[in-house]
Design a protein around this ligand. Sequence first.
Ligand code: SAM
Ligand code: SF4
Length: 335
Amino acid sequence: MVNNSEKLIDPFGRAVNYLRISVTDRCDFRCVYCMSENMTFLPKKDLLSLEELEVVCKTFMSMGVSKIRLTGGEPLVRKGIMQLINNLGNEVGKGLEELTITTNGSQLSKMANQLYDAGVRRLNISLDTLDEVKFAKITRWGRLNQVLDGLNKAKQVGLKIKINAVALKGVNDDELSDMILWCGREGFDMTIIEVMPMGDIGSERRLDQYLPLSLVRANLSRKFNLIDIPERTSGPARYVKVSETGGKLGFITPLSHNFCESCNRVRMTCTGELFMCLGQDDNADLRTVLREEGEEGLKEAVYRAIERKPKGHDFIIDRNSGNKSVARHMNVTGG
Ligand code: SAM
Ligand code: SF4
């Protein structure tokens, strides 16, 4: 049981109990809104080892963090990742309420079983289209069939699945209602995500991709009866129930400020940089403290970092701000 005085409370009174970790910046896909095709990845020596990642997770848990999400890059392509997942999975029910993973689904055919056995019960799987050609275009390197096989396997072993789809103007906007119906049939929840201005993505342009979810929701409302549900995560998602399918549909609008006041999370990169806000560049270097001062130093550094958690973010996509308002790519901090 964590002592109240040890809990992570930020200057605005928000309790931080949710840690998201990007365990690798590498990925087997090159989604157009996330990466440029020619990405330079971090040298392996800069990464926290799996053992170090575990120490960080357990330190955060000793300070009241009860939910951990592993993301990336593609978390399931990091070599040996099951070691970390198994060890964290052992903590579920003993301080850790939940261990979840965000994945592109490419490795699930072979890993879904192991994830379930490790104690993972829910996955967020990113899938923006059910059209093979579009899928290849969006992900550049991905194959739809491989992901669908993985999804089926995950469903079969009993993992609860939420589909994350980024709304892309002129690309998948015509398909979102079909995806909602498909999710309903499969028993998956779904969230639609607004494109965020993170990192240079090469020749692609954010403004060309950006589709406000207010518009998406208005269009969907013509086809579906969307009933607001009070459920609030402490993040940027707002949920409705789709009467026609019985499924849950979330809208993630990180560009609006309406979620910052309830923000309960921090994010760490695979090199141990702790970002107190997805939409700000300020971060704390936990790798150096961990390596030089051990776990006690780490705790102290985390407290100091939480004292700097900002009230909100400054995301903006417009013609003046150009393509990006935060320098790092999404694969650095994970979604
Ligand atoms: N590779 C895994 C995956 O794709 O699920 C985990 C990491 S990925 C960075 C996490 C989520 O961020 C995915 O759902 C992806 O669609 C989303 N994402 C990536 N870049 C984004 C951007 N610029 N704006 C909005 N969502 C983005
Ligand atoms: Fe890889 Fe996920 Fe980024 Fe796509 S969104 S390139 S799958 S990290």
